[in-house]
Ligand binder design. Structure first.
Ligand SMILES: CC(C)(COP(=O)(O)OP(=O)(O)OC[C@H]1O[C@@H](n2cnc3c(N)ncnc32)[C@H](O)[C@@H]1OP(=O)(O)O)[C@@H](O)C(=O)NCCC(=O)NCCS
Length: 172
């Protein structure tokens, strides 16, 4: 998936240094649960992601976001494809702090939505984050996603393929 400034593609093992450059950054981790990956685990993760079939169920599918001019991976977007057919796939994203506030996440996720709705033919996706994660929620709203639930632990936004198509296949 190519955009004006970015290439959204599968990870390769050669992306390890770029990936390690942001995935454990305290600013990136601020609202995320769990621990960042160790370099060894990250190497195994990228290796596994590089050969994962796009349609494999019961798996997290991570895509690297490559900055074309800077020729480096500046973040990633992923979708969890549940094994249960009735469950709704969930997307997530994380970007290097040096590339926040410049519209890159929105540009990349818009391209990724085309992949999930048209290539994977998913009828609906959700995205979930901590209530305090205002940057993530602002991005979801910019993408045309709608708030579907809120608890003290999580807020969840949703977008259907029909809503996405009705909005002209891009955010409102
Ligand atoms: C969530 C996250 C990806 C959002 O990134 P972001 O850079 O704020 O999002 P966008 O790409 O939509 O950028 C929007 C900002 O870029 C600005 N911008 C600058 N140039 C722009 C351009 N050419 N096009 C569009 N927006 C542009 C917008 O005005 C907006 O600024 P604002 O935030 O001051 O209003 C980022 O904060 C992140 O990686 N966080 C850590 C990981 C995380 O929490 N992930 C979510 C867990 S689900």
């Amino acid at each position: 998936m190519r955009t004006a400034r970015l290439l959204v593609r599968r990870f390769t093992p050669a992306d390890l240094d770029d990936f390690l450059g942001y995935q454990a950054d305290p600013e990136v981790r601020r609202h995320m649960r769990g621990e960042p990956m160790t370099p060894e685990r990250a190497a195994d993760y990228l290796k596994a992601q590089s050969v994962l079939d796009d349609h494999a169920p019961g798996a997290w599918h991570a895509f690297a976001v490559q900055h074309l001019a800077d020729d480096r991976v500046i973040g990633d977007i992923g979708v969890w494809l549940p094994a249960e057919p009735e469950a709704i796939p969930d997307i997530g994203f994380q970007f290097h702090p040096a590339y926040h506030g410049r519209g890159y996440a929105r540009e990349a996720v818009e391209a990724f939505l085309h992949h999930v709705f048209e290539t994977l033919a998913l009828p609906q996706i959700t995205a979930t984050c901590a209530p305090a994660n205002t940057a993530s929620q602002a991005l979801m709203k910019r993408l045309g996603m709608r708030l579907t639930s809120a608890t003290p632990q999580d807020v969840q936004y949703s977008l259907t393929r029909d809503q996405w198509r009705a909005a002209g296949c891009e955010s409102a």
